[in-house]
Design a protein around this ligand. Structure first.
Ligand SMILES: Nc1ncnc2c1ncn2[C@@H]1O[C@H](COP(=O)(O)OP(=O)(O)OP(=O)(O)O)[C@@H](O)[C@H]1O
Length: 312
């Protein structure tokens, strides 16, 4: 299917194993240009491994990845030029100033002398550029890390948990900043996080990773609008309740001791709950609870992040 917006990052069946463990399992990332793409997953879900694959720091066992249309495996250097990254280990020289640190990176990359000041301006660190990094707060170091990722103006920025370790004020600051980043830096931003709230506040798009698999992906607003509601039924006779609900055209399933009825997208949960109630009552099914609820991204995320059931 053709895409309305070109993709800044695209993977197909991207897979990476460590021994018997599949850390990244056939994922198809689609990150539209100029989006802030929230890459969401619990610790160990495979976010860092995916990011390393995108940056060419790890080799894929299967599948492919493209950055700004360039294949990461077959054209590694050209792809690397298209992406700037902020990873956990920043590796700044504490006794050098912020500007001096950036200038070292700038020279290594063979970029013009004006680059450090250009990126310092973007991250609003120009006033602190002459201070030693040793005297920076963690938030200032993160900004400096962001500035370094922007050297050479790559069209794609990949940021691994950029708010990790910041204090509440630093977090609020960084979130505001991230939202504005596509415009300020003229770039697409992939932002990894284990916090749904963070992604909901900053991202335009989201991809949820659970146990190495991409469980859900798309524009945040569309995903939220498309989430169907459901009705949970508490009953002593779940099998019978499922049969009755299905005979009335509802998509019902057992969920442990309860029965869950998934509604169609846009279907109003209260009306459906009333109809179900009536049908169950008429059929003589004892119901002790009937709860209509709107499904949320949070619920989906929780489901995606649940530990895999151990094989019996
Ligand atoms: N070099 C490695 N060798 C063996 N296993 C690894 C290696 N790197 C990652 N893993 C495993 O792959 C899985 C995914 O790890 P990954 O670091 O990508 O997750 P993550 O979502 O980034 O989590 P975190 O936020 O904790 O870094 C984990 O089970 C991890 O133990």
């Amino acid at each position: 299917m053709p895409h309305a917006t070109p993709l800044a990052i695209e993977t197909r069946g991207l897979t990476r194993r460590f021994g018997a463990r599949t850390a990244v399992d056939a994922i198809d990332l689609r990150v539209p240009e100029r989006s802030v793409y929230g890459f969401l997953g619990r610790n160990g879900a495979g976010k860092t491994t995916t990011i390393k694959l995108l940056l060419g720091l790890l080799k894929a066992d299967a599948g492919s990845a493209r950055i700004a249309g360039i294949d990461v495996a077959t054209d590694r250097i050209a792809a690397a030029r298209k992406v700037g990254a902020l990873l956990e280990a920043q590796g700044f020289y504490a006794y050098l100033t912020g500007r001096e640190n950036l200038d070292l990176s700038r020279r290594l990359l063979g970029l013009p002398a004006g680059e450090p000041d250009r990126v310092l301006e973007i991250v609003e660190m120009a006033a602190h550029a002459g201070r030693r990094v040793a005297d920076y707060s963690l938030g200032m170091r993160q900004r400096l890390g962001l500035a370094r990722a922007m050297l050479g103006a790559p069209p794609v920025l990949v940021l691994d948990e950029p708010t990790n370790g910041l204090d509440p004020e630093g977090i609020a600051d960084m979130r505001r900043f991230l939202r504005e980043l596509p415009e300020r830096a003229n770039a697409t931003v992939l932002l990894s996080s284990h916090l749904l709230g963070e992604i909901e506040q900053t991202a335009t798009h989201v991809g949820i990773l659970g146990h190495g698999r991409l469980v859900l992906q798309g524009a945040l607003a569309e995903l939220k609008a498309g989430l169907a509601a459901e009705v949970e039924i508490g009953t002593d006779a779940p099998e019978q309740a499922v049969a009755v609900a299905r005979s009335h055209g509802f998509a019902a399933e057992r969920d442990d001791d309860a029965v869950v009825v998934r509604l169609a997208a846009g279907e109003e949960p209260r009306g459906a709950a009333a109809a179900l109630n009536r049908a169950l009552c008429v059929a003589g099914v004892r119901v002790h609870a009937l709860a209509p609820r709107q499904r949320s991204l949070e619920l989906l995320y929780r489901q995606a992040a649940q530990p895999v059931a151990a094989a019996a």
